[in-house]
Design a protein around this ligand. Structure first.
Ligand code: NAD
Length: 509
């Protein structure tokens, strides 16, 4: 298929500069990092990366700021986050432009990512008056037993390219109301988006009369992240990215008895039962498998369809895949933008080659687009592959729009297949059978951190806690009581009895 028209790199550079200018960012000229766009696959600007001295200075400043921020009343800390939310509303389009330019997201998903940031700010402002501790019944007369929650320290946020702004906001909005300060090491693939977020937070801090150093940005590659990981002043390392990264970060933070919150790779599946509403299932599956060009941690990668409906379902899916508009993510008709880089494309090709060797049959997609007109960009047709079972490549996360379809006969078999992968992030079932739905959500059902009924695996709301089990890392971020990871608790016993009673009836003196 031909006819994909892309903007030029010069146009994208001008659009990025205009958005940065409106947000009031001055791009730090220098060396060490290249801002680039997956829309054309070409470079935009050279930028200065943080060196060891810059990292040391930022950590010292964030630690100093913590010493005063921790005693600022939480509702006043919430005022800073409220201001950030207002600025995000004002600059939603600007941030969305940068996200599309750097991460290649289609327009509505880029705007949606900023909406998620606004939502978490609203949530965190409410939270700033609800950091509750419990009062516990004491076994001793005239004693009060309770828990109090205190700020933790500097939080080091390390984030991935595919949610270049939202993941930062999930961590930062909550950490700030909890009384922590933040040092952020964004993905080296999305520096411009992070410069804009950092500037908006600095403006919010000015307006709210908060210390500037409650937040510091460190641009650079993993070497900068490693400095955060190893620094004892960083009380919590919240790291989002591949399982490979988590395997390195987790033990290093643990070795110095720091805390880590890991949000790593997923290999998400949906079970489609014979009773499922197939119209709804097809729409849910296509969004979950193809949205963000298959580059969400919650992307649907495995479809486990009942044998009786598998052929019908696969037929409808391949029809839908053939009509997917692929191309310029700024074009509102486009549903599939580019992969982040050609490395991701080669990773998908490699997985397609391996799955064929393991008995898979390609049913749709898999071809590269625009290779001639945009040789450095990575546009690809989302692929559907029928597989005989859960072979080795199916059990891995390939970060691209590649959906494996397998069949089941009994519900127990579906659950067993579903859980038989190393990752445990998101899951769903399409069914009209309530017993099946409840079993899927029960202790003997999905082993994931997110389990849905009649909706796909991706597109979570900020109100619930987000995260997964097994090789996904076990962390929880965003809503519910995920805030507790950003604070430390103390158990307090207050004796107002006038006498000294020991617990467990111990007598002494
Ligand atoms: P990545 O692991 O290559 O990089 C993520 C971040 O970690 C980057 O900022 C990188 O510089 C840094 N990093 C890498 N190695 C490091 C090390 N040894 N020490 C310190 N920092 C290090 O991931 P990516 O390609 O940017 O993102 C895609 C991956 O992220 C996928 O596996 C996806 O599933 C996962 N992801 C998970 C979630 C989640 O919430 N579970 C969300 C988004 C993305």
């Amino acid at each position: 298929m031909t006819g994909i028209v892309l903007p030029s790199t010069d146009e994208l550079r001008a659009r990025a500069l205009a958005a940065l200018d409106r947000v009031d960012v001055t791009v730090p000229d220098g060396e060490g990092l290249l801002a680039r766009t997956p829309v054309t696959g070409e470079d935009l600007f050279a930028l200065a990366a943080a060196d060891a001295d810059g990292t040391e200075e930022a950590l010292t400043a964030a630690h100093e700021a913590f010493l005063s921020w921790r005693t600022t009343p939480a509702p006043r800390r919430g005022d800073l986050v409220r201001r950030l939310g207002v600025l995000l509303r004002e600059h939603q389009e600007d941030l969305a432009d940068l996200i599309t330019i750097e991460a290649g997201k289609i327009r509505s998903e880029a705007l949606g990512e900023v909406q998620e940031m606004i939502d978490i700010c609203d949530f965190a402002v409410g939270l700033s008056r609800q950091l509750y501790g419990r009062t516990i019944a004491s076994e001793r007369p005239g004693h009060r037993l309770c828990e109090t929650w205190h700020p933790l320290g500097v939080v080091g946020v390390i984030s991935a390219f595919n949610f270049p702004a939202a993941v930062w906001s999930w961590n930062t909005a909550v950490a700030l109301v909890c009384g922590d300060t933040v040092v952020w090491k964004p993905s080296e693939l999305t520096p411009l988006t992070s410069l804009a977020c950092d500037r908006l937070l600095a403006r919010a801090a000015e307006e709210a009369d908060a210390p500037r150093d409650v937040h510091r940005l460190l641009l650079g590659d993993r070497a900068v992240g490693e400095r955060l990981v190893d620094d004892p002043r960083v009380a919590l390392v919240s790291a989002t990215g591949s399982t490979r990264m988590g395997r390195e970060v987790g033990p290093r933070v643990a070795a110095r008895f720091g805390r880590s919150l890991l949000e790593l790779g997923g290999n998400n599946a949906a079970v489609v039962a014979p009773s499922a509403d197939l119209d709804l299932a097809v729409r849910g599956i296509v969004f979950a498998a193809v949205g963000t060009a298959g580059q969400r941690c919650t992307t649907l990668r495995r479809l486990i369809a009942h044998r009786d409906i598998a052929d019908t379902l696969v037929g409808r899916l391949t029809d839908a895949y053939q009509k997917l508009p692929i191309g310029d993510p700024f074009d509102r008709a486009t549903l599939v933008g580019p992969l982040i880089n050609t490395e991701a494309l080669y990773g998908m090709r490699d997985a397609l080659g391996r799955v064929r060797e393991e008995g898979g049959r390609l049913l749709a997609g898999g071809d590269r687009r625009t290779a001639r007109t945009a040789p450095h960009a990575a546009y690809v047709e989302p692929a559907v592959v029928r597989v005989p079972g859960q072979s080795p490549v199916v059990r891995e996360e390939t970060f691209a729009p590649l959906l494996y379809v397998m069949t089941y006969d009994t519900f127990d078999e579906a659950i067993a297949l579903h859980n038989d992968v190393p990752q445990g992030l998101s899951s769903s079932i399409f069914t009209r059978d309530q017993q099946e739905a409840e079993r899927f959500l029960s202790a003997e059902g999905s082993d994931c951190g997110i389990a849905n009924v009649n909706i796909g695996t991706s597109g979570a709301e900020i109100g619930g806690a987000f995260g997964g089990e097994k090789e996904t890392g076990g962390g929880r971020e965003s809503g519910s009581d995920a805030w507790r990871a950003y604070m430390r608790s103390a158990t307090n016993t207050v004796n107002y009895s006038g006498g000294l009673t020991l617990a467990q009836n111990v007598s002494f003196l």
